[in-house]
Design a protein around this ligand. Structure first.
Ligand SMILES: [Zn+2]
Length: 417
């Protein structure tokens, strides 16, 4: 971070319009709480985010954002930016989905002794979604029109088997894919910042065979034993300790009874690493272990078959330490007297980071706990500073975005703010 970065943030923070936005956030904490409660009441299980997405479209419209729509993946999108909107885009997103299956309790319980709220998904990610709306509302109230287009996204598919499909659509297929110059994902409570994307690859291994009676069909290949043989080999794979690459066998199933030769056996395997090449090397080793242990038995006569399916692919990546986005964040944190804590994590930011697009996932303030459990809670205490931080980071980044995407577009952006 240079002195000029710091100066840039100080002068940005001293602008009247920015003060108006800060003031809105200060006065509207009760409004943010109401939005948070409304969000948690709308269930958003994996692949069932639509009701919550539609709620966001309504909010985006009533706030007065432009080009409000649902994209082909089900992401709720809206824009704020220059009149002539064809230049670079800064993505500000928060994921809609929770880990909780349909039918999970969704009625929030408000503590009578503190500002704490209990509900599944209240922190991850109703807190982030509330911040997304709060930032949009504060900018609109303050009549701030950023230099580059800010794309607000309440996106689908962050958790588990959602496999980042909302982000994947935005960056790989959607109409904004060539315009997004940087991305900020709002994620839960606290102030930690994820700049290193922990990648993961998930596989389903399925071994099938003819099956039969344990005695009269003895000799027919046994998928459970075949799979066990492969898993033993996989367990012994040498994985690099640095950067740490991990392997988990997380689920196993198959068979019918003790006196039947099973007709199938299934295992779910997960690999994680922060280095893309380590992840792919490990995947190659898994594939070879399967080929060495099972493939020799896969013949027309044996009736045995082996299938390896990729059921999850979160790419790894990292925000370079000299990136403008990180310099800006450090300058904002210095201005607000906050510590910049950088973390390794698996978030929506994985996707842009793997594509070398500057991105980070950032906490939206307050405290939270019991994440991914039915006892999850969120307390907005101290959230205001975190929201100011997001607002400054966003506005300062909207100024640098046109430079980041200079090759993609020659549009001259109007003066910021
Ligand atoms: Zn989350």
């Amino acid at each position: 971070m240079s002195a000029s970065d710091h100066q840039r943030i100080t002068s940005l923070a001293s602008q009247t319009a920015v003060h108006r936005a800060f003031h809105w956030l200060h006065l509207h904490q009760p409004q943010l709480r109401r939005w948070l409660l409304e969000i948690v009441r709308i269930p958003a299980p994996p692949f069932g985010e639509q009701p919550r997405a539609l709620w966001f479209l309504e909010r985006f419209r009533s706030l007065g954002l432009a080009n409000v729509h649902l994209d082909d993946a089900g992401n709720a999108l809206a824009e704020l930016g220059p009149e002539e909107a064809s230049g670079p885009v800064l993505l500000l997103s928060a994921h809609l989905d929770t880990v909780f299956p349909p039918g999970s309790p969704s009625e929030p319980i408000e503590s009578t002794e503190s500002t704490r709220i209990y509900a599944p998904g209240v922190c991850d990610n109703a807190a982030g979604l509330t911040a997304l709306l709060g930032i949009a509302a504060a900018l609109l109230h303050a009549r701030i029109r950023p230099a580059a287009t800010i794309l607000f996204a309440a996106n689908v598919g962050e958790e588990g088997e959602g496999d980042l499909r909302g982000m994947r659509h935005l960056f790989e297929r959607g109409p904004y894919r060539d315009r997004i110059a940087s991305a900020i994902a709002l994620e839960g409570s606290g102030t930690a910042v994820v700049t290193q994307a922990l990648g993961s690859l998930r596989f389903r291994i399925t071994v099938t065979g003819p099956g039969g009676h344990s005695w009269s069909d003895a000799g027919v290949p046994n998928p459970i034993l075949m799979l066990s043989r492969a898993l033993t080999a996989i367990a012994d794979l040498p994985l690099p300790p640095s950067p740490l690459t991990t392997l988990n066998a997380g689920h196993i199933s198959g068979g019918t009874s003790v006196n039947s030769i099973p007709s199938s056996a299934i295992a779910l395997i997960e690999l994680r690493s922060s280095r893309p090449t380590s992840l792919h090397d490990a995947a190659l080793q898994v594939r070879r272990a399967l080929e060495d242990t099972i493939t020799p038995f896969v013949t027309p006569a044996s009736g045995l078959s082996l299938e390896l399916e990729t059921i999850g692919d979160r790419p790894a990546g990292a925000l370079p330490l000299d990136s403008a986005l990180l310099h800006t964040l450090r300058a904002v944190d210095r201005h607000l007297h906050l510590a910049t804590e950088l973390r390794l994590g698996s978030t929506d930011a994985n996707l842009p980071l793997a594509l070398d697009i500057p991105a980070l996932a950032i906490g939206t303030g307050g405290l939270g706990g019991g994440i991914h459990t039915l006892d999850e809670w969120y307390d907005p205490i101290g959230r205001e500073t975190a929201l100011r931080r997001l607002l400054l980071l966003l506005l300062a980044s909207a100024q640098i975005a046109p430079q980041l995407a200079a090759e993609a577009s020659s549009t001259n952006a109007p003066d910021p703010v």
